[in-house]
Unconditional design. Structure first.
Length: 137
């Protein structure tokens, strides 16, 4: 987005719509645009979200260091913003990115590559699809 008054107003409206938690933070899911793979989850406050939406690079708020960090500034593993969307409750942000290098601080491509968990895999039945009923849990 450019720094025009209209673009700034649009970003401000998005930031006002976002529902930050009690600590002033919002989870941000980072997804690779080309593959749809979920790369990582980070936290953003209002300023980190503003920077992400207006600067073209993903910025997070570090809860442990209590400072902003832009993905790739030290590692070179950058995330370039391609699109963003709030979820239906406006309390989670999805950022689709072009990922250069590893997304995880361990060196793995994605943070969810490092500790897979065995699960019981559920399966839908043809009857599930015929009823059209949705379980809203």
């Amino acid at each position: 987005m450019s720094g025009s008054p209209g673009a700034e107003a649009a970003v401000a409206a998005v930031l006002d719509r976002a529902r930050f938690g009690d600590a002033g933070l919002l989870p941000a899911i980072i997804q690779e645009e080309s593959t749809g793979e979920v790369l990582m989850l980070g936290w953003m406050d209002r300023e980190a979200m503003r920077r992400t939406l207006t600067e073209g690079r993903v910025t997070f708020w570090s809860r442990s260091r209590q400072e902003y960090w832009r993905k790739g500034d030290t590692s070179g593993h950058r995330q370039y913003v391609r699109s963003a969307a709030l979820d239906c409750d406006a309390d989670t942000l999805l950022v689709r990115v072009e990922q250069l290098g590893a997304a995880c601080h361990t060196g793995a491509h994605a943070c969810f590559d490092v500790d897979p968990i065995d699960v019981v895999v559920g399966a839908s039945t043809p009857q599930d699809h015929q009823t059209g009923e949705v379980d809203h849990g």
